[in-house]
Design a protein around this ligand. Structure first.
Ligand code: NAD
Length: 293
């Protein structure tokens, strides 16, 4: 199988999980990618999913392609949206085209709950309208639509997963959990956006990867599958848990100006995935304990 973005956070855990398979990782090794994340059983090709010629050489012969390659940090997308459009939209198109030309029998494109915008109560099903707010979310929504168009127009057997906020080892320390843990361990202050009342549901990276594997094995082409989290937390409550885990207190918390267009709450209904047999295995308390012990 080919795992694009497999030197990043979730993609490298997915390559780990597929230990018995022959795995090729294709990764541009941006700031977020690290070749040391790539497991020993995988072959690493350093390259860009926007490079059509490279894809034409690498993609043929794979039974499964799973796309994790992305620009993934909302704050960076607010600074430089163009990089996000390039990889998350144009790159997805190049990859879908290469998969179609090579006749790849199963393709999974990994996406995010952020494509729906914000929801005050209840949970989104996969039929909810896309209403992204940040350039990151808009680029992911666009990539999803391109991938689905390859199913509807050309019959490419592609499935999409949309996962909740994911955490675990090897996450780049720009996302809230690894950033706060790094700062708190050093006794440095942490920036809490706005009133801290933004709500996220948290998904352990191993559960996220098990869900993607299940969709790769049993998903219906052309379908979208949600991967919900196990625990819903405000950023304020999450900060309290991270302070407790590192033995620090509120003296180290600084209120930062809120992120532009900051979504208040995400929540996914993942009944469709559960009907395939999915159940998360890592509760948040356990996942956090594993990260901090
Ligand atoms: P990450 O930023 O840790 O890793 C992304 C990887 O993609 C890096 O190794 C990077 O080098 C590589 N990459 C970037 N641009 C590339 C390009 N043009 N060509 C080839 N490789 C390129 O991201 P992550 O957190 O592991 O996220 C993986 C996927 O999961 C993304 O599509 C993201 O939208 C999605 N997702 C992430 C989360 C989360 O909380 N982290 C939640 C839901 C969905």
């Amino acid at each position: 199988m080919l795992v694009t973005g497999g030197a990043g956070f979730i993609g490298s855990h997915f390559a780990d999980l597929m230990g018995e398979a022959r795995v090729t990782v294709l990764d541009k090794l941006t700031y977020a990618g690290d070749k040391d994340n790539v497991p020993g059983h995988a072959d690493l090709v350093v390259g860009d999913i926007c490079d059509r010629e490279l894809l034409r050489a690498v993609v043929p012969g794979h039974d499964l392609v799973v796309n994790f390659a992305a620009e993934s940090h909302v704050d960076r997308s607010i600074e430089d949206p163009a990089a996000f459009v390039r990889t998350n939209v144009l790159g997805v198109e190049s990859l879908m085209r290469a998969c179609l030309e090579a006749g790849v029998p199963r393709v999974v494109h990994v996406s995010t709950d952020e494509v729906y915008g914000s929801i005050d109560s209840g949970s989104w099903t996969e039929d909810a309208p896309l209403a992204p707010n940040s350039p990151y979310a808009a680029s992911k929504a666009s990539g999803d639509l391109i991938a689905l168009s390859y199913f509807r127009t050309y019959g490419l057997p592609v499935m999409i997963t949309r996962g909740a906020n994911t955490y675990g080892p090897r996450q780049y320390p720009e996302k809230i959990i690894p950033l706060f843990l790094k700062l708190l361990r050093n006794g440095e202050p942490v920036p809490l956006y706005g009133d801290g009342a933004h709500v996220r549901e948290w998904l352990h990276v191993e559960d996220h990867c098990r869900a993607v594997r299940l969709v790769a094995e049993r998903g219906e082409p052309g379908e979208v599958y949600h991967v919900g989290g196990t625990t819903e937390l405000t950023n304020r409550r999450l900060t309290e848990l991270l302070l407790a885990a590192t033995g620090r207190d509120w003296d180290l918390v600084r209120q930062a100006p809120d992120r532009k267009a900051h979504d208040r709450r995400y929540s996914l209904d993942d009944a469709r995935l559960r009907a395939l047999g999915y159940a998360p295995m890592v509760e948040f308390a356990e996942g956090l304990e594993r990260l901090t012990s």
